[in-house]
Ligand binder design. Sequence first.
Ligand code: ADP
Ligand code: MG
Length: 282
Amino acid sequence: KRGAKGAGGVPSKAAGEHPEYGACARFDELPLSKKTKDGLRKAGYTEMSEIQRAALPHALCGRDVLGAAKTGSGKTLAFVIPVLMSAATLNLGSSLEQEEASECIHCLAEVVSKFPVKPFAAATLCQALEKLYRERWGPEDGVGCIVLSPNKDLAGQIFNVFQKVGKLHGFSAACIVGNRKGLDEEKAVINNMNILVCTPGRLLQHMGETTNFDCSQIQILVIDEADQVLDKNFQEQVDNVVSQLPKVRQTLLFSATQTKSVKDLARVSLKDPEYISVHEEA
Ligand code: ADP
Ligand code: MG
């Protein structure tokens, strides 16, 4: 059942009612770049899961999303794909293919034009696209997307999905979790990375210690397992991290349960988010 009322007083809207893309069942029906489509196909992904069908049209047009669906339902791809599309739009990565960036901008423009976004959101997105397109981002532009994960195992799994599905894109990505590599080794490479999958503590450490580490340009913040990451155990670290990120960005939150209080959402400043709750019948 979709669109159930969320817990904690958070209203849920019916999800996946996109006039153009709501009925899409396969990834290749979505307006994605050829590299993303090919990457998905080669990784063996063709049919979308429920959470992917419901979340992707919203996330792809730049809206904030709060998605809840049980473990194993495919939440990772629901944010990996928008991140890849955003990074491609920004022309991040070593391949620097203008054609690819234009194609992605076209895809985004198509989604926006067919989606009943509020004028404010559409205008903001168009502005951002225009600006980035004119600025022609290059590899030296550094980190564009940050994914926060509560622990190194989950971060590693997310990183693997980025590598698999993003294989044909030229982006650099790193898993910054605190023990896979030494701190010095991370410091040496982190400024050349476009996509970071991190645990909150280690990211904060780099924000404090790593010379020239700059997150002021990030376009997308993803918080996976949001109920854990926004838990009080991480509160100080996460609030500190978020305070150092730009306010104008897209934020995607995913978790197994939709129990987020309005207070928690305010901490990460979600803007007019789409609440998506998928509970597939067992
Ligand atoms: P969650 O984060 O919701 O727990 P994952 O993103 O880890 O779920 O996905 C669970 C499993 O389902 C993974 O093995 C993943 O490869 C697989 N999977 C995800 N989406 C699809 C899809 N559209 N088609 C086939 N398999 C999928
Ligand atoms: Mg997951």
